[in-house]
Design a protein around this ligand. Structure first.
Ligand SMILES: C[S@@+](CC[C@H](N)C(=O)[O-])C[C@H]1O[C@@H](n2cnc3c(N)ncnc32)[C@H](O)[C@@H]1O
Length: 205
């Protein structure tokens, strides 16, 4: 199978019933994430933010307490997720788009971030998504993802070829010399809100 077919297959999954089932499971995912976002935004100089793969807003909910909602955008390919996000966070702009082709000008947002989204890109798509994230950021890039080196493919809710753990921090650093690592950390499942997620925060020069 060609890489583009694989990227299309994954996006079709997230658009359809597989993605809708995730939305139902994810409705309370915001609980336990407040302290991470409050601590993170307190350290950075952020006025505008874009979340790529925002789902129902488990992260944007907390950003909305600190940023003006009119400066916040959530992108996703699952329409049901965006409907719920609009109900929950009126004023936050939602955009149905592929992370492989973000409909924003270069440097449109101070912060562009993902949590649990890069893990769901196949190898070809991953580079395009990271390129788009870095292109749309003017100051910071953040990702919170499952980390493994060497990369591991993990079965996910009955599907194969859907979840890939990688060292995303190193991938960002190798591909983008304009990024400087500000912080790396681990968010253990035992602390609530996250499931053994590694996060990296980069400044963009
Ligand atoms: C595992 S969920 C994570 C949701 C959210 N970031 C969180 O932490 O709660 C992955 C999300 O990314 C979206 N997604 C996956 N691949 C995408 C792509 N190529 N373009 C846009 N959205 C994508 C899915 O629809 C889903 O909402």
């Amino acid at each position: 199978m060609f890489a583009r077919d694989e990227s299309d297959r994954l996006e079709r999954l997230w658009r359809g019933t597989f993605g809708d089932a995730y939305v139902r499971r994810n409705l309370t995912a915001d609980e336990g994430r407040k302290s991470f976002w409050w601590e993170t935004l307190a350290k950075l100089d952020v006025v505008s933010a874009l979340e790529v793969g925002c789902n129902v807003g488990a992260n944007l909910r907390w950003l909305a307490e600190m940023l003006d909602r009119t400066n916040m955008v959530g992108v996703d390919i699952n329409q049901r997720a965006l409907e719920i996000l609009r109900e929950r966070l009126p004023g936050v702009r939602t955009v149905a788009a592929s992370a492989r082709s973000l409909p924003f000008a270069d440097g449109s947002f101070d912060l562009v971030f993902t949590t649990g989204v890069l893990i769901h890109q196949d190898h070809d798509s991953l580079n395009r998504v990271m390129d788009e994230i870095v292109r749309c950021s003017s100051r910071y890039v953040l990702c919170g993802e499952y980390c493994a080196e060497p990369p591991e493919e993990i079965p996910y809710h009955g599907e194969r070829g859907v979840l890939f753990k990688r060292d995303f921090g190193s991938l960002y650093q190798e591909r983008f010399p304009e990024l400087t690592l500000l912080e790396q950390g681990f968010l253990p499942a035992s602390a609530g809100g996250w499931e053994d997620v590694t996060f990296w925060i980069f400044a963009k020069r």
